[in-house]
Design a protein around this ligand. Structure first.
Ligand SMILES: CC(C)(COP(=O)(O)OP(=O)(O)OC[C@H]1O[C@@H](n2cnc3c(N)ncnc32)[C@H](O)[C@@H]1OP(=O)(O)O)[C@@H](O)C(=O)NCCC(=O)NCCS
Length: 177
C-alpha cells in the first residue's frame, strides 16, 4: 500500500526539520540546487530557526514540507521576486528517494502554487537545469512550459538552466515577453 502523503506550510519552530531536509537534499541531489552542502553545513544553526520563523508567516516567501506517515520527506520553497513584476517562483524542490513517483512532488508544487495564487500570482515560474532531465520531465508533466528564457547556472557556469512557467487556472494571463 502506498504511504499517505501530506504537505503543510513550515511552522515557526521547525528550524531543525528545515535544516535536516535542506542538508539531505543537497547531499542527495547536489546537481539540482544553487547552494552547496558545504553552504548549508557551515551556516549557523540559528539561521535555520530564523528562516523557518520567517517563512511560517511571510507573505512573500514560504516553505512547504512533505510528510509521509507523519515523517518529513521533502520540501519546496515558494516566493515572489522583488522586481516590479513580482514574479512568483517555486524552487528548492526535493522529494526523498524512498517516496519518489508517489506524487509527492506534484503535491508540493500544487500546494506551493496554490499559496502563491492566493497571494496574487497568475503565473508560477521555475528555473530548471537543462541537464536535470528528470526535473524537466517532471515539471513538463505538471503543465509547465518553456518561457524561452535561459541563464547560466551560478554554481556551474558551463551549464544552462531554463525558465519554465505554468499559468494559474482561472486568472488573467500577463505576458512576460
Ligand atoms: C523531481 C522530483 C521532485 C519529482 O518528485 P516525485 O515525487 O518523484 O514526482 P511525482 O511522483 O509527483 O511525479 C509526477 C509526475 O512527474 C513525472 N515525473 C516524475 N519524476 C520523473 C522522472 N524521473 N522522469 C520522468 N518523469 C517524471 C511523471 O509524469 C510523474 O507522474 P507519473 O508518476 O504518473 O508518471 C524528485 O525526483 C526529486 O526530488 N529529484 C531530485 C531533486 C530535483 O531534481 N529537484 C528539482 C530541482 S529543479
Amino acid at each position: 500500500m502506498s504511504p499517505s502523503l501530506t504537505v503543510r506550510r513550515i511552522a515557526a519552530d521547525q528550524g531543525a526539520v528545515f535544516r535536516e531536509l535542506r542538508t539531505a537534499s543537497l547531499r542527495e541531489a547536489p546537481y539540482a540546487f544553487g547552494a552547496t552542502l558545504e553552504d548549508a553545513l557551515s551556516a549557523d544553526v540559528a539561521s535555520f530557526d530564523a528562516t523557518a520563523a520567517d517563512r511560517a508567516v511571510s507573505v512573500s516567501t514560504s516553505t512547504f514540507i512533505l510528510y509521509t506517515e507523519g515523517h518529513p520527506a521533502g520540501l519546496i520553497e515558494a516566493h515572489f521576486d522583488d522586481t516590479a513584476a513580482r514574479r512568483a517562483f517555486v524552487c528548492e524542490l526535493w522529494v526523498a528517494p524512498a517516496v519518489r513517483h508517489l506524487r509527492g512532488g506534484e503535491l508540493l508544487v500544487d500546494t506551493a502554487g496554490s499559496w502563491l495564487a492566493a497571494e496574487g500570482a497568475t503565473e508560477i515560474f521555475a528555473w530548471v537545469a537543462d541537464a536535470n532531465r528528470n526535473a524537466m520531465r517532471f515539471y513538463e508533466a505538471l503543465g509547465f512550459n518553456q518561457t524561452g528564457e535561459h541563464r547560466r547556472v551560478a554554481r556551474a557556469p558551463e551549464q544552462i538552466e531554463s525558465l519554465l512557467v505554468r499559468h494559474v487556472p482561472g486568472t488573467s494571463q500577463v505576458s512576460q515577453q
